[in-house]
Design a protein around this ligand. Structure first.
Ligand SMILES: Nc1ncnc2c1ncn2[C@@H]1O[C@H](COP(=O)(O)OP(=O)(O)OP(=O)(O)O)[C@@H](O)[C@H]1O
Ligand SMILES: [Mg+2]
Length: 287
């Protein structure tokens, strides 16, 4: 099992969009005669990626039945061995008028702050790494963790999720505003790494909404390259283009991934990014 966090403290940079397109693509890949088993853990209360994958109705119903990461975490914190089945929500396998969808499993985010870790934060920041990760291991090949923006040390579920991740990708737009948010993002990553014995390994910045021929990119590229050299974070060679079709379709939920043909300029880049991501992982981590 390999767990990959998508995180940038800046909001709206494309974390959730990339999460569900990556999930959709990875779940369509067959390895050793069977499709990869993909889990999306949505840590953002907004629920963008989980709602897009499950549909609003299913997400609402499961939330009403307390089948969320927060409720699962409470059982783990109480030292119980939870039955994972009620929490693992399956994306509907088909949508009328569309080809079948590859199976993706989803863990729903917490909306209310029902979950309070008590006294020992050192102990509890590794709760997911120690207890949830081994439970997921036999069931999944890939776990994608969709992190919220505006994260700080108080967001214990999200920090737990970072600490349990093997690797991490930072989606970012090539703008000056996005550059300003980077130091805080890196600070939170280091905070997680202190608790996660070096994990997650940061695989690099992934540029989103990028047109390398555009004036804006040429304007900001030198500053981005300089900053990345300073902080010693690599940048993915592949990038995600600006796809206006995506921005115009935010209210589509279930239909979204099944209509990926419509997102022709984005989806082929996701495939290249996934391939680069695993290459990077293999070169960063000794076998
Ligand atoms: N490459 C792209 N081209 C055009 N629009 C995009 C692209 N990537 C993302 N978007 C759009 O930008 C908006 C924000 O994307 P998304 O929700 O994935 O960002 P996020 O980083 O998860 O945001 P948040 O921090 O709020 O969770 C969405 O409307 C999405 O459809
Ligand atoms: Mg998001």
């Amino acid at each position: 099992m390999h767990s990959i966090a998508l995180y940038n403290n800046k909001g709206g940079v494309g974390k959730s969009t990339l999460t569900f397109f990556m999930a959709d693509f990875l779940a369509s890949v067959r390895v050793a005669g069977r499709p990869l088993r993909v889990l999306v853990m949505d840590l953002d209360a907004q629920g963008s990626s989980s709602t897009a994958l499950l549909g609003e109705e299913l997400a609402r119903q499961a939330r009403a039945e307390a089948r969320t990461i927060g409720h699962l975490a409470m059982q783990l914190a109480q030292g119980r061995q939870p039955d994972l089945r009620p929490f693992l929500l399956l994306r509907p396998s088909s949508l009328r008028g569309h080809p079948p969808l590859p199976a993706v499993t989803v863990l729903l985010p917490e909306r209310e702050s029902i979950f309070n870790f008590d006294a020992n934060p050192l102990h509890t920041l590794t709760l997911f790494a120690r207890t949830l990760k081994p439970l997921l291991l036999p069931h999944f090949d890939i776990v994608l963790l969709d992190l919220p923006g505006n994260l700080d040390e108080r967001h214990l579920l999200a920090v737990n999720a970072l600490v349990m991740s093997d690797s991490l990708v930072i989606p970012m737009e090539p703008t000056r505003l996005a550059l300003h948010a980077l130091p805080e993002t890196l600070r939170m990553i280091r905070y997680a790494q202190e608790h996660g014995q070096g994990c997650p390994v940061c695989l690099g910045i992934l540029l989103n909404r990028t047109d390398k021929r555009s004036r804006q990119f040429r304007l900001h590229a030198p500053a981005i390259v300089r900053l990345l050299q300073e902080v010693q974070i690599p940048c993915f060679n592949n990038y995600l283009p600006n796809a206006p079709e995506l921005a115009n379709a935010t209210d589509d939920t279930l239909a979204f991934t099944s209509l990926k043909d419509r997102y022709g300029s984005y989806y082929p880049h996701v495939k290249k990014v996934v391939s680069e991501l695993f290459d990077r992982w293999q070169t960063r981590m000794p076998a």
